[in-house]
Design a protein around this ligand. Sequence first.
Ligand code: BTN
Length: 236
Amino acid sequence: YTVEYHDSLGSTNDRARKVAKSGAVDVAVVADEQTGSRGRLKRAWTAPSGGVWCSVVLQPDLPAAHVPLSALASGVATVVACREAGVDAHLKWPNDVLVGDEGERGGQKLAGILTEMEGEADRVSWLIIGIGVNANIDAAELPEGATSLRELTGDIDRRLFVQRLLESLHEQLSNPDTVLDQWREYSSTLGSEVRIETSTGVVEGRAVDVQFPGALVVETDTGEEVVHAGDCEHLR
Ligand code: BTN
């Protein structure tokens, strides 16, 4: 990947979108701080100076319906990079990177992923994978329930971390057949009681598996439900 570094951007995903629209691919946009950073489900994301804020522009040869697998692959890649940095990170469905198991969110949040795409049903024209890792940041600068590499193991070399993260991402995206198994290995969601808010209601039960292209299988009182998207809470 070609990497562009910026001191400050509104959102690396927005800059990446411009890059994608200009026709460039395999570009990673990295910023030291973001002033208008976005999270999943229209939430804001706190991105002060010192984090790893990175968005990768890809042009995968995929139908749009397969994109969730790339999102899980990005979560796996981020967990691998955080583990290489010495932190025992795990994944909460679909791709929150957490540490520990305290609190209603199933741990403290270390990193998050926001994927955005454009394209037809049968073919993605571009895919942006936005990865945010709370790196060299004091906990006091982060929202409640979040933590950072600084708090857990100490400051890291961010350029080196970005290199490792991109290598790890490339490896996961090049091996789609093993992504679900890798995700199962690193996930703390499987086996947990979960409560998921979807666009059509709430699903509660035990998370038993993840299935292609990235749906969570939940065993509820009334049978198995396959959940494709939503906000997941670990109950215990
Ligand atoms: C989430 O957990 O809600 C996802 C957070 C994603 C944050 C990253 S930081 C880099 C990229 N640019 C953004 O504006 N958001 C993503």
